[in-house]
Unconditional design. Sequence first.
Length: 249
Amino acid sequence: MDLQSQTLKLGLLLLTLSMAGCNTAERLASVGRAPALSAIDDPTASPDYKPVRMPMPDPVPVNHAANSLWQQGSRSFFKDQRARQIGDIVTVKVNFKDSADIANETKRARSNSDSMGVPNLFGLETQTQQVFAGANAGSLVNATSATSSDGVGSVKRAETLTTNVAAIVTQILPNGNMVLEGKQEVRVNFEVRELIVGGVIRPEDIENDNTIDSTKIAEARLAYGGRGQISDVQQPRYGQQVMDVILPF
């Protein structure tokens, strides 16, 4: 081992120890104290801040009628708080139960061996030996390959999801039905739980408090899952996935 590689390894070791030492010092300093809360900052001052763009309804000109209490475009005498146009927000009450008990094991193995030779070919096999010194015309090509995979997985869960998701009306269909989409993310430590809601609803199914039950969504798309460190280790690595796709044997 040369001096350069030893120096590199020593530097990496010192860097790792210094990072671990900083983390240990911070943890020791917080013994007996409650976790500190983050300061309230201006979110627009963050370097990662990006303005949000949402679908907006077409502008409607306002015409004031003298000596009239009726507002043009109103659906009732009093203002209707329910969603009715693009960009409005409607709360979706999601209620579903999910249970599963699955245990499986998958094993896969494959072995290939290919060989090719030309012991006799009208005397041309002697020319091969002349061109390639020491070549054996009877065994010109010999190729072997072997792959194996062993996966074990088990799922045992019983979940009841009851939550509310605020969705945005993204489209008004010609028959008056509305298309909505909503997404909710919750991060716990290094795992993010996602809930996505989408589908088509009728304005008549929206309750007076501007909520709608998830069972009344047509073409409903409900996705509940996660991403993060735990979800990452449950998936094959990218290299293995690519090789499984492109390898012909």
